[in-house]
Design a protein around this ligand. Structure first.
Ligand code: 5GP
Length: 171
């Protein structure tokens, strides 16, 4: 059973707003770094909101959490980006932030590579679940503490295909 939390129209509006905020803050362009797999749908839509004369490029990281990550915040890189980021305006793009441990670790790793600026964008923020203070510069939606799926987010690798964000309530 699925309950729609955010419709495709609500998401599209938010994505447009986020792209406009990025262009205002970074008129000379940005490198968007998507966190796989969940962020790929969001990033694909976000990317297409930028006009041809705007300098935007894309790269990806993939991370997995070691077991016990909830308490330690250890993050294992499965895939790193393909290019240096020194001196560049970089935005980490995540689908959802929950405890904040994954993003906090990624933020530290990327900061150590000396970008000119480093910011974080999340489509969904489960604010009440946060355990660590991670800077978030762009937020699509603050959502309640429920397990969500769709628009790139999965439950056991299913439901990434949904054009909306829903709450999964079991079979
Ligand atoms: P954090 O490190 O902030 O606790 O966890 C972030 C990661 O947990 C996200 O990238 C995502 O993979 C997963 N996650 C957290 N909440 C949800 C949720 O409601 N639905 C899904 N599908 N994944 C979630």
């Amino acid at each position: 059973m699925l309950k729609v939390l955010l419709s495709d129209i609500q998401i599209k509006d938010a994505v447009k707003r986020l792209a406009a905020e990025v262009m205002e803050n970074h008129p000379d362009g940005v490198l968007l770094v998507g966190v796989l797999k969940g962020a790929f749908v969001f990033l694909a839509d976000l990317l297409r909101e930028f006009p041809a004369d705007y300098n935007v490029s894309v790269d990806f990281v993939q991370v997995s959490s070691y077991s016990g990550t909830e308490s330690t915040g250890l993050v294992k890189f499965l895939k790193d980006i393909d290019q240096p980021i020194e001196g560049r305006d970089v935005i980490l793009v995540e689908d959802i932030v929950d405890t904040g441990l994954t993003l906090q670790r990624l933020y530290e790793i990327f900061l150590a590579r000396h970008p000119k600026t480093l910011e974080v964008m999340v489509l969904l923020d489960k604010k009440e679940r946060r355990q660590v203070d991670v800077p978030i510069h762009y937020t699509g939606f603050v959502i309640p503490d429920e397990f969500v799926i769709g628009y790139g987010l999965d439950y056991n690798e299913r439901f990434r295909n949904l054009p909306y964000v829903g709450v999964y309530e079991g079979e």
